[in-house]
Write a protein that binds this ligand. Structure first.
Ligand code: NAD
Length: 477
């Protein structure tokens, strides 16, 4: 497999940029293909093209056209699903089933927003007798989408589908680690016969110049960013100059609360997947187990056994149960954190690299110090902390003790407790007796430093729509 990922601007494939960069397979270190990193001027050009396409007005005022394009895009993605899933496995290292899952989630998301595109309604109010105020929901303009590497299909489509449904035009910047996957998705869009040129544009890069130019651009009205909280802060700063709207889907440190009455086998099963999906490189992965003292020993033994039994190996191998990390640098970073966890806590299961490739087996460590960076910071790998609590109040206090608030889960057979905990936890998503259940229909987003705004669901449209008040004076129009 050796391919070239190109930019896509104004309906034309482009291959201009800096010195070629390589997409590397993290499972075996082989080169997969190349891309030429873009630069600020190319981002500006893409934004100008997107603005001109928006100002033409046809796209923004044609909901049926937008729905048709989203349906066509879903069909093209579905037809290419095997090829796309193979690319995701090769570039990202995740399991084939995970890659196929995210590809089909993109298909579902696109179909969902195709429906919503035809159902964007404003409202009307008689504010004074005979005087009508119309509240029109219209496209916000040009949207810039910045995508991370950990789920290059679903995290792109999660922003792109509502953007297009709302009537915006778009500039996309994919992650440097997954350019080939992204280029194949762009081909699916380019193949949609009804997509007007300039509505969707994409510029590759391997640094931050293109992203920064998009955030600063006066031609871009909204930024939809998915990535780390540290970068999210920089995006907000960069957007201040033009006061553009920002949607931020940022980092997480999801706690899973396991109560004394929980079904421990169910919890162990859910959390093995919930912690190790994409080798733990998932914003909503269960990163902390908060366990009631009465079941700490029993649950600790179950999780140690369950995580220890996971077969780590290449994502393309059907026997693997957890794939590779994104690269060797992250493997080295995480191995240092494993050592730190052994120093600061009590090692229950110690992760280790495999002989070759960017692999790391799971780590579980017990820790009491809530202030430790191991508890406070997102580790973004297969490393989970094990903490205990005595009662509900302590469980909630510990669950809410980090700056993040993206997701959490509660394991209990008491429905009243499930509701009390779900209400008390400050997170955008709370799963009960489950972890990592995501749907196109269900809004996701963060409290605190996990982000701003929501994607998925009806609210996923909101970042990409403006509300305009039109007042009609009776008898004067
Ligand atoms: P990252 O923040 O390093 O990069 C994300 C993207 O931002 C990349 O495309 C990068 O090139 C670009 N970027 C970096 N600096 C920039 C700048 N100054 N201006 C503009 N663009 C810039 O994140 P990552 O390592 O690619 O992804 C992992 C992170 O993403 C984790 O923190 C994870 O929790 C988070 N994430 C969040 C969600 C969510 O839904 N909340 C989903 C997936 C991943």
């Amino acid at each position: 497999m050796s391919q070239i990922a190109r930019h896509y601007i104004g309906g034309v494939w482009r291959n201009d940029g800096g010195a070629p960069d390589i997409s590397v397979n993290p499972a075996d270190g082989t080169d997969l293909g190349t891309f030429l990193p873009g630069y600020a001027r190319l981002a500006d050009e893409a934004a100008e093209v997107a603005k001109a396409a928006f100002e033409e007005g046809v796209w923004a005022s044609s909901p049926r056209l937008r729905a048709q394009v989203l349906l066509d895009f879903a069909d093209k993605l579905e037809a290419a699903k095997d090829e796309i899933a193979d690319l995701v496995v090769a570039e990202n290292g995740k399991l084939r089933a995970e890659a196929m899952g995210e590809t089909m989630a993109g298909v579902s998301e696109s179909r969902y927003y195709a429906g919503l595109a035809r159902n964007i309604r404003g409202s009307m109010q008689e504010v004074m007798p005979g005087q009508l105020s119309l509240f029109h929901r219209e496209a916000a303009g040009v949207a810039g989408i910045i995508v991370p590497w950990n789920a290059p299909v679903t995290l792109l489509v999660r922003s792109l589908a509502p953007t297009l449904a709302a009537g915006c035009t778009v500039v996309i910047k994919p992650a440097a680690q997954t350019p080939l996957t992204h280029a194949r998705i762009m081909e699916c869009l380019a193949d949609c016969p009804n997509l007007p040129p300039g509505v969707v544009n994409s510029v590759n890069e391997n640094g931050i110049e293109v992203g920064q130019a998009m955030v600063a651009s006066a031609d871009i009205d909204v930024i939809s960013f998915t990535g780390s909280s540290a970068t999210g802060r920089k995006i907000m700063e960069g957007a201040a100059g033009t006061l553009k709207r920002v949607g931020l889907e940022l980092g997480g440190k999801a706690p899973a609360l396991i109560f004394g009455d929980a079904d421990l086998d169910l919890a162990a099963k859910q959390l093995t997947h919930g912690s190790l999906a994409i080798a733990g490189q998932m914003c909503a992965a269960a990163a902390r187990y908060l366990v009631h003292e009465s079941v700490a020993e029993a649950f600790g033994a179950r999780m140690t056994a369950a995580l220890g039994a996971v077969r780590v190996g290449p994502g393309a191998n059907p026997d693997s149960q957890m794939g590779a990390l994104i690269d060797r640098d992250n493997q080295a970073r995480l191995m240092r954190l494993v050592e730190q966890a052994g120093d600061e806590g009590r090692m229950m299961l110690k992760g280790a690299p495999l002989d070759q490739g960017a692999f790391l087996t799971p780590t579980l460590f017990a820790i009491d110090d809530l202030t430790s960076p191991l508890v406070q910071e997102e580790l973004f790998g297969p490393i989970v902390s094990f903490e205990t609590f005595a009662d509900e109040a302590e469980a909630v206090a510990k669950a809410n003790a980090t700056p993040y608030g993206l997701a959490a889960s509660v394991f209990t057979t008491d429905v009243s407790r499930a509701m009390r905990m779900s209400r008390a936890i400050r997170a955008g998503t709370v799963w009960v007796n489950a972890h990592l259940r995501l749907f196109a229909e269900a809004e996701t987003g963060g409290y605190g430093q996990s982000g701003l705004g929501r994607l998925h669901g009806v609210e996923g449209l909101h970042d990409f729509l403006e509300t305009k008040h039109i007042f009609l004076e009776p008898g004067r129009v």
